[in-house]
Design a protein around this ligand. Structure first.
Ligand code: SF4
Length: 490
């Protein structure tokens, strides 16, 4: 598709808007009016007193046009022009595709943060009015922002300038799920790398503990994720967790999570090792409780195995268990998603995280005729709405939320939790509240200025073989942690 921007420079925002409806379309941006079968022309014409904003969209043999105008002396002239032209284009897309995204023209990953900023400046009512009238966000999503913002603020307030969280990456899984967009290796391919990986990871953890101690940092939360950490053997888990316990000061630790992830990796022995090492929150992620959907996404376990793993974790004493679900999985339906909710709620986990499927390919959307966005997007929209009302009715409230680009229906990911069982780490990483020291392949350390917003990143190598082969080089990069904190001590 051709996106034309005439007399304005809002190409970045408008391209993101087009991606809500056409996530994988190749978009060429030019600055002269286009003609043909697939174009979006956007024009800004400044007159003596008013500016005319205009959008025309041609797609799938249909054409739509919208226009509006704003006063040239508007106090937020440039921002208003950008928003109004996006609104015109949005209406064109909604008319042609028949799909109305519930987040309106909002494309950012942290809508609750924008809501919070507006609410702090002018009050909650103003923020809600702006979301509804100017950004075209649905009432349902506005109330989600309100609730998650209140909860996130409480969690963020627990953090101090010297606080940090530790992330440990285990980028291995038993098999690769068809929808996976992470850097994760199936054990079949990477089994021989794991012993060396564990050895070096322990080394990096010890070095990182030294940086934390020298810079007087206070460890608040630990999150071991991946991948699927429980792909490691019980002995390997014990080795890594013991290194954490023996090298970091855990006296202020508020939360220690291990993503047990896939039920087919969970054994009593591993759960006992995890428990013994002080982990107080685990995640067992069914994604769906429909066996045929599990098979369609390349998972080699059944819903019954998920239930068994859950009961086993309870027997081992875990009283804070999260379960991840995904709305919009291939071959799933609203009825089957509803049955998944029934089975998961029957287990009474302390928290449930509902993700919207992140799309990987163009094939499902950019076809001729009616956009599948309309059918698939509407289905996923109904699934996340059902999740919201059913989970909330069980007393499990939304506490954090973020959005990714290219999700089915342009929807969101929401963490729900019983009061006091929220995952603090999830909020800290998304809000960028404090420093994250991260170890392992593909981990990203984020050094946060203690009393400000500046963030410096240190990237670890993405793949386990690179991490292993270039470990020395990587540790040299991490020396930056000391010099970063040195700057702020002066
Ligand atoms: S379990 Fe998660 S990280 Fe592993 S392959 Fe599946 S989606 Fe990817």
């Amino acid at each position: 598709m051709i996106l034309t921007t005439v007399n304005h420079d809002f190409r970045y925002e408008l391209e993101k808007l087009c991606r809500i409806f056409l996530p994988f379309e190749k978009i060429e941006i030019i600055d002269t009016l286009a003609e043909g079968n697939a174009y979006a022309n956007t024009v800004c014409e400044r007159g003596e007193e008013k500016t005319r904003l205009y959008a025309a969209l041609s797609l799938f043999g249909k054409t739509r046009e919208y226009e509006t105008e704003i006063e040239n002396n508007s106090p937020d002239y440039t921002a208003d022009c950008e928003r109004e032209i996006a609104t015109c284009l949005y209406h064109c897309f909604c008319d042609i595709t028949g799909y109305t995204p519930p987040w309106g023209i909002l494309t950012g990953v942290r809508p609750a943060k924008l809501y919070s900023r507006l609410a702090s400046a002018n009050g909650g009512e103003d923020a809600e009015q702006y979301f509804k009238e100017k950004l075209l966000v649905s009432d349902e999503k506005i109330s989600l922002c309100r609730e998650t913002n209140a909860s996130e603020e409480k969690i963020v307030s627990l953090s101090a300038p010297e606080s940090f969280s530790l992330y440990i990456s285990i980028p291995f899984c038993p098999t690769r799920c068809s929808y996976c967009s992470f850097v994760s290796h199936s054990v079949e391919h990477a089994k021989k790398l794991i012993p060396e990986y564990v050895k070096l990871l322990c080394e990096e953890l010890k070095i990182t503990a030294g940086y934390a101690a020298r810079n007087h940092l206070r460890l608040e939360t630990i999150y071991m994720g991946g991948g699927t950490p429980t792909t490691l053997t019980a002995e390997q888990m014990d080795t890594v967790l013991s290194v954490v316990r023996e090298n970091f000061d855990l006296s202020n630790l508020r939360e220690f999570t291990v993503e047990a992830g896939r039920p087919d990796t969970i054994t009593r022995e591993k759960l006992e090792v995890i428990k013994k090492n002080g982990v107080d929150r685990i995640s067992i992620n069914p994604q769906t409780m429909n066996d045929s959907v599990l098979s369609a996404i390349g998972r080699r376990h059944t819903a019954e195995e998920t239930e068994k793993a859950f009961y086993l974790a309870r027997e081992c004493g875990f009283d804070n268990i999260n379960m991840d679900l995904i709305a919009g999985l291939p071959t799933d339906t609203e009825d089957s998603f509803s049955a998944t909710l029934d089975r998961v709620l029957a287990l009474s986990p302390e928290s449930i995280t509902v993700h919207s499927l992140a799309l990987k390919r163009a094939a499902t959307l950019s076809t001729e005729g009616e956009l599948p966005e309309k059918t698939v997007g509407d289905m996923a929209k109904n699934m996340v709405s059902a999740a919201r009302s059913r989970i909330s009715a069980a007393g499990i409230a939304p506490y954090y939320m973020y959005r990714q680009s290219k999700t089915v229906g342009n929807l969101e990911n929401v963490g729900y939790s019983l009061p006091g069982k929220e995952c603090l780490y999830n909020v800290y990483i998304m809000d960028e509240t404090h420093t994250i020291l991260a170890c392992g392949a593909s981990a990203v350390t984020k050094l946060k200025e203690p009393c400000g917003n500046f963030i410096e990143r240190i990237f670890n190598y993405k793949y386990p073989y690179e991490y292993i082969n270039r470990f020395g080089e990587l540790m040299e990069r991490k020396a930056r942690i000391d010099s970063f904190y040195e700057t702020y001590r002066k």
